[in-house]
Design a protein. Structure first.
Length: 367
């Protein structure tokens, strides 16, 4: 006897379940993906519930004098200590009172509780970004930060569009994405835009706009957008960097960059005077994300020949080594052939997750 084929309705149901399962799997993997522009992960303090109690002082009991029996000498009773006014007699506490929770801190007012939900000073990343008991922001504590790099020679790359193939690992699973870096400049102003797209996940965009001046790239605004956008504003008239995420403003240091412009700035310095930056040279810049700012320090390493999806490319490697427990390791390769723009960039998180961004195509940007 022939078996009737499965109904179309059942097949559609199976297909729908399969698509939902794939979407959930992609979301779970990429939720913790170490995208290179993302701040380091930090510990978040959990606010504790505020408990209030009303305690009434008990009325001191009068000392009772023992009755003296005839023919016996009564010993004077010992003076009973009187409890201080307002002190609670533990034995007389009402059983209905809320129990004390010694492990739960109390707060003087709701504002203190609200403060715990704000980003921890970096940590608040540290960054300390990402960046955990709260550690100091490099931007706000210059004594803990390395000396900043002075710009003596600078050559901005020509307007260019670079496309990338991206592969990463998160929570033990491998994923892929595509990226595009659009760099435009007219000699006075610049615009940079990095867009990363992952199948079934969506797009994340990072932008940096500013001027070209005596400090090289001088950002005025940095934006990071997935569902909504958060931004950092470089207020040079006030010498501060402010954040739309309600993070506290930080002092604006000389040569300050953002997480996108800093990569272009590194290449522009090398292009301006390659001999000034031999192997072992350290380059340091205050670097702002959408929530905070800290000093990033890169070491110049040797030149390498890379085999990329684009082909064989010679590039100079720079490395940002972690200085704190939750810092990211950032390795970037800048190619003289393309004005020292990045042809490869690899980011590794403290937990071992990583993403590798490799050049796939290059073309001249339209005006």
């Amino acid at each position: 006897m022939l078996t009737a084929p499965a109904t179309p309705h059942l097949k559609r149901s199976h297909a729908t379940m399969l698509v939902l399962a794939v979407l959930l799997l992609h979301w779970w993997v990429l939720a913790g993906a170490p995208l290179w522009w993302s701040p380091e992960k930090r510990q978040t303090l959990r606010p504790q519930a505020m408990v209030t109690r009303t305690i009434e002082a008990s009325t001191p009991r009068a000392a009772q004098v023992p009755t003296v029996k005839p023919n016996r000498v009564a010993r004077p009773p010992a003076d009973l200590p009187k409890p201080p006014q307002g002190q609670v007699d533990a034995k007389e506490q009402p059983s209905s009172s809320a129990p004390t929770q010694p492990d739960s801190p109390s707060f003087a007012n709701p504002q203190e509780l609200a403060d715990l939900t704000a980003p921890v000073a970096l940590p608040a990343r540290s960054a300390s970004a990402v960046d955990l008991p709260p550690f100091k922001r490099a931007a706000s504590n210059a004594s803990d930060a390395p000396s900043l790099t002075e710009v003596t020679s600078f050559k901005a790359p020509a307007s260019t569009v670079l496309t990338y193939r991206m592969q990463g690992q998160s929570k033990g699973l491998t994923y892929w994405a595509t990226g595009e870096l659009l760099w435009q400049q007219d000699g006075q102003r610049y615009d940079a835009k990095l867009e990363v797209s992952a199948f079934l996940i969506g797009t994340r965009t990072q932008t940096s706009t500013g001027t070209l001046g005596p400090e090289g790239l001088m950002p005025t605004r940095f934006g990071d957008k997935s569902r909504s956008e958060l931004a950092a504003h470089f207020q040079r008239d006030k010498n501060i960097i402010s954040f739309s995420a309600n993070s506290p403003s930080v002092p604006l240091l000389k040569g300050a960059q953002d997480r996108l412009s800093v990569i272009i700035q590194l290449g522009a310095l090398l292009a301006g005077d390659p001999a000034r930056y031999p192997t072992g040279t350290m380059l340091s810049f205050q670097t702002a994300s959408q929530r905070e700012a800290e000093v990033w320090q890169f070491s110049v390493e040797k030149e390498e020949t890379l085999q990329l999806p684009y082909g064989s490319v010679v590039a100079v490697k720079l490395n940002r080594s972690p200085r704190r427990e939750f810092d990211q390791r950032i390795e970037v390769w800048l190619a003289p052939e393309f004005g020292y723009l990045p042809v490869r960039l690899r980011v590794t998180n403290a937990n071992g997750d990583w993403i590798d961004q490799t050049l796939k195509g290059v073309e001249k940007a339209s005006p």
